[in-house]
Design a protein around this ligand. Structure first.
Ligand SMILES: CC(C)(O)CC(=O)SCCNC(=O)CCNC(=O)[C@H](O)C(C)(C)COP(=O)(O)OP(=O)(O)OC[C@H]1O[C@@H](n2cnc3c(N)ncnc32)[C@H](O)[C@@H]1OP(=O)(O)O
Length: 257
């Protein structure tokens, strides 16, 4: 399948998606959304793929939503098109997605990275929600996800001042899971995705669903949900295989059943 604004590559069990609008620092327009959704859904349906990596260029993961596409919109355009609601479909992809972020991840770029399951940052990464400098505020989930990830004080600081934070600060406040030298970003991200893709796919998808549930429910409901999903795993061939392999001191061979 070929796309206008992204390049995709299935590599072993990992679906790699690279944003490819270098002339606009990978700004996210409606075509990018359509292409990204189509690619992520295709990898999600592909039995040979166990995880995905989404990345940009060394200069920019994505410098935000496309300001030139947005600027002439009226309130009624935005409201009737339910502008940006399509991005929530991206957040509903079931297989794990790692955001491999180098350079700018601003506005919608930061919000896209947060829709992924975790972020591996290059040491040159810069995160921010600069929408306030354009006379607006985050509209792809930034005011909600960023606050849950890094807490109210830091989220307010970023959203209200529009300042950028570097990779070290992003890791310190929990936005980023690890930092690697920019030259190693793809290798480290692909290595992490391959590790995930080698595990039992149903177990991985259930684990992702359970962690995500913690953002949407109370602790007691979340614990109940976790236990129910955990119990259901004893119906998997992969649970039998994983535990047998441990006791027999060998590597497991998961069948994704
Ligand atoms: C989703 C929402 C609702 O949350 C909203 C948003 O995401 S709003 C967008 C938030 N992002 C920004 O405000 C960042 C805008 N970009 C910049 O501030 C700068 O480009 C930079 C600091 C990231 C990089 O600066 P520099 O190296 O000097 O490169 P530029 O010459 O500025 O950019 C190169 C080229 O890319 C175009 N560009 C950059 N960002 C965007 C964007 N978000 N939308 C559209 N186009 C963008 C920029 O205009 C340049 O193109 P030309 O003008 O040379 O054709």
């Amino acid at each position: 399948m070929s796309y206008e604004t992204i390049v995709t590559e299935p590599r072993s069990k990992v679906g790699l998606i690279r944003l490819n609008r270098p002339q606009a620092l990978n700004a996210l327009n409606m075509q990018v959304l359509a292409d990204l959704l189509a690619a992520a859904r295709a990898f999600d349906r592909d039995d040979g793929i166990g995880a995905m990596v989404i990345t940009g260029s060394e200069k920019a993961f994505a410098a935000g939503a496309d300001i030139k596409e947005m600027q002439a919109k009226t309130y009624i355009d935005a409201y009737m098109q339910d502008f940006f609601s399509g991005w929530e479909d991206f957040a509903r992809i079931r297989k794990p997605i790692i955001a491999a972020v180098a350079g700018y991840a601003l506005g919608g770029g930061c919000e896209l990275a947060m829709m992924c399951d975790f972020i591996i940052a290059a040491d040159n990464a810069k995160f921010g929600q600069p929408e306030i400098t354009l006379g607006v505020m985050p509209g792809m989930g930034g005011s909600q996800r960023l606050t849950r990830f890094i807490g109210k004080s830091k989220a307010m600081d970023l959203v209200l001042t529009g300042r950028m934070m570097d990779a070290t600060e992003a890791e310190r406040c929990g936005l980023v899971s690890r930092i690697v030298p920019v030259a190693d970003l793809m290798e480290e991200s692909m290595k992490a995705a391959t590790k995930i893709a080698d595990f039992s796919l149903p177990a991985v998808v259930m684990a992702k669903e359970a962690v995500n549930r913690s953002y949407e429910t109370t602790l007691s409901e979340g614990l109940r949900f976790e236990r129910r999903v955990f119990h259901s795993m004893f119906a998997l061939d992969d649970q039998k295989e994983g535990m047998a392999a441990f006791t027999e001191k060998r590597k497991p061979h998961f069948s994704n059943r």
